[in-house]
Design a protein around this ligand. Structure first.
Ligand SMILES: O=c1ccn([C@H]2C[C@H](O)[C@@H](COP(=O)(O)OP(=O)(O)OP(=O)(O)O)O2)c(=O)[nH]1
Ligand SMILES: [Mg+2]
Length: 156
């Protein structure tokens, strides 16, 4: 399904299973927390996954939330998507956040709390110039292309 070789992976915590796709063709492999944690409403916590990888140069690992836990409990990743650099050899960690305004989230060691998606990236260089080329968008952004139904604030 890819032209890249299998990614070397170390289990730093032998009690945690090797990350796998839930279904063939899934973009991500699920990551588990190595610790029991309770996340109070609005709070965040950094958890270990017990996994370290050696991603090929020219790829990046992106740590995404899981939609089921997000919809059911408000669980997400603070810095979503987290960036795992190809040269990183440490334990992959996940900075989880509880977006629910009232209910704490209780996680148990081994729970699948996020997913790792590996993508190719262009490692471009940057060259400083005095002027950038013209485009139809120009410097317009942050809602410059039009209104949003339901938003009443002037200018959005
Ligand atoms: O969700 C994440 C994000 C990052 N990392 C690891 C892998 C990544 O290669 C490294 C650095 O991440 P990042 O560049 O996002 O953090 P930084 O604050 O810029 O730290 P650094 O100065 O080490 O680059 O931390 C994780 O384990 N989980
Ligand atoms: Mg960095």
């Amino acid at each position: 399904m890819t032209d890249l070789p299998a990614v070397p992976l170390r289990r730093l915590d032998p009690g945690i299973p090797v990350p796998r796709r839930a279904h063939a063709g899934d973009a991500g492999v699920d990551l588990c927390t190595t610790s029991d944690v309770t996340i109070e409403p609005g709070r965040r916590v950094l958890v270990g996954t017990g996994i370290a990888v050696a991603l090929p140069i020219g790829t990046v690992g992106l740590i995404h939330p899981r939609s089921g836990l997000a919809a059911k409990f408000g669980l997400s990743v603070v810095n979503t998507p987290g960036t795992v650099d190809a040269g990183y050899r440490g334990e992959i960690k996940v900075c989880l956040i509880n977006h629910d305004p009232e209910q704490p989230i209780e996680l148990r060691r081994g729970d699948r709390i996020a997913q790792l998606v590996v993508q190719k990236v262009e490692l471009v260089d940057f060259v400083e110039v005095d002027e950038l080329d013209d485009t139809t968008r120009g410097a317009g952004g942050y809602g410059s292309s039009g209104g949003h139904a339901g938003l009443v604030k002037e200018g959005l």
